[in-house]
Design a protein around this ligand. Sequence first.
Ligand SMILES: Cc1ncc(COP(=O)(O)O)c(C=O)c1O
Length: 288
Amino acid sequence: MSRVAYVNGRYVPHTEAAVHIEDRGYQFADGIYEVTAVQGGRVIDEEAHFDRLERSLTELRIPVPMGRPALRHITREMLRRNGVVDGLIYMQITRGVARRDHPFPKEGTPPSVVMTAKRVKPHDPKMLQTGVAAITIPDIRWGRCDIKSVSLLPNVLGKQQAREAGAYEAWMIDQNGMVTEGTSTNAWIVTRSGEVVTRALTNAILGGITRKSLMALAAEAQIKIVERSFSAAEARDAAEAFLTSTTGYVLPIVRLDGQPIGDGTPGPMVKRLRELYLQFMASDQHAA
Ligand SMILES: Cc1ncc(COP(=O)(O)O)c(C=O)c1O
């Protein structure tokens, strides 16, 4: 089955899918995106992803190009046409195509809408059993990290730095020495006294959908989550650490900057939270 992409109202062969060179997403990173997981044909947390998509657009004053029924329809069509049962949906909306000039183009320029779908293999069980490593790097991003903008250069450079250091993720450190988040994941620790901690939502981090769902699941399971900032030193001294994201779900971090966290193996809390999240994904409870 050859891949198909959705570009501005048309389903086209993936190899031929393109936007114009004067698309503002291409020239100014003037656009936003969403990544949604699909498991067993279920689109996980679809409404929450639409909520964040619409919020990102509104914050950037990009018109919402279509309603949720249309987006839902295109999503299902993309899954069907690409034969995706387990995988990822990517959607990107930019301010559209206009002669290159910094101010917004005149009213009526339609936003560009692109969607792709791909199959993704299940996570490598070894990565889950052994956990992954992370490094810390300075957070050099802008002041609106709550917007899921396609402007990801600091994240790209940070992830590359992690990979070159043999790590899976880089945790970014703000000017006060506190961890903001990973380059494409939210950051969590479990302190030695058993507190499960993640940074509170502000403009400094992206409000992860996995973070949000995990918090709800933890509340149902009577596991208390504390939303506060923590430093890299506190993370290194923690009993456990982990990340959350649409692609990684809930993934143990066992080394930070080359030093083991806890005993250097995934701890009981991350295993429990991951299990809760996997059960949630496999249920029809919150999935569309
Ligand atoms: C910077 C950043 N933080 C956190 C996340 C996790 O968000 P979600 O759980 O919605 O995938 C992402 C996901 O791409 C991200 O790019």
